[in-house]
Design a binder for this molecule. Sequence first.
Ligand SMILES: Nc1ncnc2c1ncn2[C@@H]1O[C@H](COP(=O)(O)OP(=O)(O)OP(=O)(O)O)[C@@H](O)[C@H]1O
Ligand SMILES: [Mg+2]
Length: 358
Amino acid sequence: MGVEIRVEGLTKSFGRQVIWQDVSLTVPAGEISVLLGPSGTGKSVFLKSLVGLLKPDRGHIWIGDRDLPRLSESKLYETRKLFGVLFQDGALFGSMNLFDNVAFPLREHTRKRESEIKRIVLDKMEMVGLLGAEHKLPGEISGGMRKRAGLARALVLDPEILLVDEPDSGLDPVRTAFLNQVFLDLNAQIGATFLIVTHDINTARTLPDNIGLLYQRHLAMFGPREMLLSSEEPVVRQFLNASKVGPIGMSEEKDESELEAEARSGQDPGRLPPIPPQQMPSDGLIRAGMHAPGAWCAAHGVTPPPGSFVDEQGRDWVEEWPRYVASMTEAAGMAGSVPSRPGRTDPSRRRYDAGAES
Ligand SMILES: Nc1ncnc2c1ncn2[C@@H]1O[C@H](COP(=O)(O)OP(=O)(O)OP(=O)(O)O)[C@@H](O)[C@H]1O
Ligand SMILES: [Mg+2]
């Protein structure tokens, strides 16, 4: 499940302003990938290009055997149905209650009956923990709930690819942590390909399977989380450690005198911090796309920074992982399916009920 997105040599400009050029990457099917980059580097433009809302100047976006920029309007319309999108501003209709907001794509794009629409809408609202809030207007709920309503709407057509633009902007750390947990659980349940744009370094370090960084009109790097978190490449390292030391300055790029001053004053980026263990789905859920902790480092002869993959209880997840997978597979087997999706009565599903965050 989930579909791979293969981008080759993509370039986009507006007039004479080049936004990014020659971007190539493969967003792996069914995995969670995060895209980072300083403000204005064209992350939103990238997402909009992926769904065909903006046309790149050059390059390819392969979804299976279809090259998005070269599709006819009707084929593009068809292909767009594979995508669920949550834009930066959430874009809920202010005068519609949450139920109608979430139902909107179903009423627009399908001929389903109201009873079927109701079943789907309530199912998606339950997935994002908004059951019970169907009759509220967007103006009556918190920012975190609005994001989750936008997410439910992005899910109603059962997307193979979910694109999310800054779900955490304007959210406090607790709500961001809740929302990230929702992403992990959703990914475990629906297995779609997730691409999430964020500015939150903690999210980038702990949530995804893969990380990409846009910087200065290029894709600086894209790869497994461990690859970027163990990278000594100055831009990647500075960005992922939110450090002042490195080539990025207030106006994006430091000039040579600033870098020299940094070097003279003996400022040293220091040792890389440990790679944190990846955040897990709620109990009973397995994500098919999750990479085994330490696997990328081991396969590439990279020694991770000391203390990597150790959680707050002191457990080392490189050692813990095989046991964890075995126990989860066994539990899922007993429940009759692998991976399991908890039933409606499962208490673990109640963790994000609407009341928890009003
Ligand atoms: N439709 C458009 N026409 C012209 N210029 C545009 C258009 N959309 C975006 N831009 C420009 O493209 C650049 C990248 O914008 P974009 O919104 O993708 O940045 P971003 O990385 O998402 O930033 P932020 O992190 O602040 O959301 C900006 O300079 C913006 O002004
Ligand atoms: Mg943006």
